[in-house]
Design a protein around this ligand. Sequence first.
Ligand code: PLP
Length: 410
Amino acid sequence: MALVNEHFLKLPGSYLFSDIAKKINTFKITHPQKEIIRLGIGDVTRPLPPACIEAMHKAVEELAAASTFHGYGPEQGYDFLREAIIKKDYATRGITLAVNEVFVNDGAKSDTGNIGDILRHDNSVGVTDPIYPVYIDSNVMSGRSGVLDPNTGKWSNITYMPCTSENNFIPEIPKKRIDIVYLCYPNNPTGTTLTKAELKKWVDYALANDTLILFDAAYEAYIQEPDVPHSIYEIKGAKRCAIEFRSFSKTAGFTGVRCGYTVVPKELTAATLTGERVSLNALWNRRQCTKFNGASYITQRAAEAIYSPEGQQQIQETIDYYMTNARIMREGLEEAGLEVYGGVNAPYIWVKTPNNTPSWRFFEQMLYEANVVGTPGVGFGPSGEGYIRLTAFGERANCIEAMQRIKNWL
Ligand code: PLP
């Protein structure tokens, strides 16, 4: 008899975005003449940069000839891409990395979800709250989370660090030791960031407590302000305590192409039960070689093209487009009298619902009365209650129209 991994059964039945889809479908059936504007999804709408398209075409041609054909590539990624990443994303910020500290993947979801493979099931885990749900759900699947309290929406073995308007979305450094802490900056869903000084407190905490930081910088390309770190390795000592995840999804419209990378520094170690220190780089390499066969050659050539001068200029235009949307949305929502956060260094806008209206109720009101869709904040964790997330990834005209509708509504 095959037994299931019963930890999966602890996961709440339906997923946030399918609940939202159901509510939208009901609305559409009952209001077929209404046109809704979706500002809820985290997917991009602008096409791929032409430099990437050109690189992909070229790569396809290479695969068409026996002399330039590529079969299995290195599990860790091709050196041409790993070298471009190091040169353009890290050396420019004074960070030195070796090629074998960079692992190319098929997007940050895979690695942020899978990294737990190399960590024991009984590590304690801390997350900022609200949070990208993959961090918690993947820990539930591996048995690290304990049990869910249906009243609080919290898992018993996970430490939640609230990020709300009361603390300016800056998580308090925990008073106790936590083995693994997930940080995501710029943050999904709140769109907020930490300054260098604030992130340094986390690195200092991690070094003092032997904590592993899992730092998700999927939205790094959206940072506009100078005092916001693009990489955790800008902070001294972070290579000894942090793994960093990056993604080309939001940087260059790769949500459908699928490519990202993970940095696991060679100086980073964790302990065995007997106290021996083990290289996480070596373990992750072993894990990847067993379970992953690399991102496709075509994809990696496309990712490399992001770093060409044309690619850099093209992604900048797209990022500017989304960030202009974010500005228009922030201004529109503020004019409508709402309290608005994020949207300055991130394409996410985190809106406080008026009069402490619960997230789901506000979601439905906005859907039915303004015909605009957001994502209920509580779907990202208990501290998201009383907020709604809007994304700036839509079409410009839709963003403008949605703001007008919200202003007329409120
Ligand atoms: N990390 C965060 C914080 C995200 O918001 C997302 C996607 O929305 C991801 C990771 C996953 O991105 P990818 O498309 O690279 O898998």
